[in-house]
Design a protein around this ligand. Structure first.
Ligand code: 4YB
Length: 456
């Protein structure tokens, strides 16, 4: 039975089951009461430093216990919280933060940017520590990873986050005896999704701390992973035995990957979602097909001219800009995702981004079509196909690969030529440079294109 939430979820947990385990981080194990005390004193400290309801606050950090506590404490002050990727360059932040009406910056990186907003510090106090729980308040702003221009700030209410969690928990079993590793960044919806599911289920959240993901997973039942992380995990000699459920998303999920992981004893869940929808809106247990299943409870998906449209209770209220919310849907409430997709045999299939489509000698090329075949090669774990300018063809495809050492590109090309029409065959292959990873959960195609241009 659904329980009405009348208070901040962590406070409600602390009231209902104060001594149940809430959180593990290294040697630390806290029950809900422990957690609430920390959050309360931290929130009081922020309020003493001037944070008030509706104030724009940046939380610049990678995942840590302090970052998690700050996330909860800042929400509890009624602030409008912007979790920020520490890898975003100073120049971009200087341009972006004024448009987002940011007054305070809590920087936990140890290497703060020099910004004009007031710095906040982690400081405990024992006074007023909380505003009233209003589910329709704008709680967070999460930056989209737009391929061009400044990122947009998807503004979610508390109830949108809870609706996202309810959708996923309607499919994936996750109860108070389970533990979900905070395996993706808190500044991305994939990390925040974990937090809201944890709060909704009253389960245990595990923070990796200094440990790497592989080690931290040894004490978890659940994790959210992007496909490349699961590939890496499967290449380890010992697969974490406790791990029973993995939610995948963020990119095409290769069948080869879920088949191998299921063999290793993990139940894989294939999800599709985006920043604007506060993570997963459609998902299924992995099976023999490469789709992402059906919309979750409270989510609607429609296809119009091959484009995926979404209407959902987890949708952002708008993009925050200069004090107002810019609508992100059409007049009927549908978000036009710019993802290409369709229905086959009763489930949703994602074909790729409409913006990635390019033309080569008059033929349309959807890079994801080529990437799907490339990652089905046993030695390729990640593939990007980008256009390079070509006098004769307009553009031609080039492949950038994360592959096992020893892969011979000429052999790969021969293998590929038996599976793809000629116009889709890459004219060059390159190894993916590690410097292109940006601390986010995915690699930017724009940066790959820019890097390729420097080579020619
Ligand atoms: C896909 C895709 C798919 C997204 N096939 N393209 O909790 C979760 O939902 C979760 C769990 C594990 C890993 C990631 C997640 C996410 O949140 C992912 C959300 C995300 O990636 N948001 S995003 O705004 O950064 O990018 C959204 C885009 O990513 C979509 O518009 C698609 O283009 C692409 N994408 N899932 C193919 N299954």
């Amino acid at each position: 039975a659904e329980q009405m939430i009348n208070d901040w979820p962590w406070r409600e947990r602390a009231n209902r089951s104060p001594f149940a385990m809430a959180l593990k981080a290294g040697d630390i194990t806290w029950c809900w009461r422990d957690l609430q005390h920390r959050v309360d004193s931290l929130a009081a400290g922020f309020i003493q430093q001037g944070v008030s309801e509706g104030a724009g606050v940046v939380l610049r950090s990678k995942n840590s216990l302090d970052a998690l506590l700050s996330y909860l404490a800042l929400l509890q002050t009624g602030a409008r919280l912007l979790p920020l990727n520490p890898q975003l360059p100073q120049g971009l932040c200087e341009k972006l933060l004024p448009q987002l009406d940011i007054s305070f910056v809590l920087d936990l990186t140890g290497q703060p940017l020099s910004l004009s907003q007031t710095p906040l510090h982690l400081r405990n106090a024992f006074s007023v520590s909380c505003v009233s729980w209003q589910p329709e308040r704008i709680a967070t702003m999460t930056l989209t990873s737009g391929s061009s221009g400044l990122p947009k700030a998807a503004a979610h209410t508390l109830s949108a986050h809870l609706a996202s969690a309810r959708g996923v928990l309607g499919l994936i079993p996750f109860t108070h005896n389970d533990s979900w590793l905070l395996s993706l960044p808190q500044f991305h919806v994939s990390g925040q999704g974990i937090i809201w599911r944890w709060l909704t289920a009253g389960a245990t959240l595990v923070l990796a701390g200094d440990k790497n993901i592989e080690t931290a997973l040894a004490e978890c039942s659940h994790a959210s992973l992007v496909p490349t992380q699961l590939w890496r995990l499967l290449q380890q000699t010992a697969f974490p035995a406790s791990l029973r459920h993995v939610l995948l998303g963020g990119a095409q999920i290769p069948l080869e990957l879920t088949t191998q992981a299921e063999k290793a004893g993990v139940q894989c869940w294939c999800g599709y979602g985006m920043t604007e929808t506060a993570s997963t809106v459609a998902a299924k247990r992995a099976d023999a097909s490469a789709g992402v299943g059906m919309p979750l409870a409270g989510k609607d998906v429609r296809i119009s001219d091959e484009e995926i449209l979404i209407r959902a209770d987890s949708l952002a209220a708008g993009y925050w800009k200069n004090g107002s919310l810019m609508p992100l849907t059409d007049a009927d409430g549908w978000l036009h995702t710019r993802d290409r997709g369709g229905w086959h045999a009763g489930e949703l299939f994602i074909a790729g981004r409409l913006d990635n489509l390019f033309f080569s000698g008059g033929e349309g090329i959807q890079p994801e079509d080529i990437e799907k075949v490339l990652v089905s090669h046993p030695q390729v774990s990640q593939a990007f196909v980008v256009p390079v300018a070509d006098e004769q063809f307009g553009h031609r495809p080039v492949a950038v690969l994360d592959a096992q050492a020893g892969l011979v590109y000429a052999e790969l090309n021969l293998w590929l030529s038996r599976k793809l029409p000629h116009f889709q065959l890459p004219v060059a292959y390159h190894a993916l440079p590690e410097t292109l990873a940006q601390g986010g959960i995915k690699i930017s195609r724009l940066r790959i294109r820019q890097w390729i241009e420097t080579l020619t």
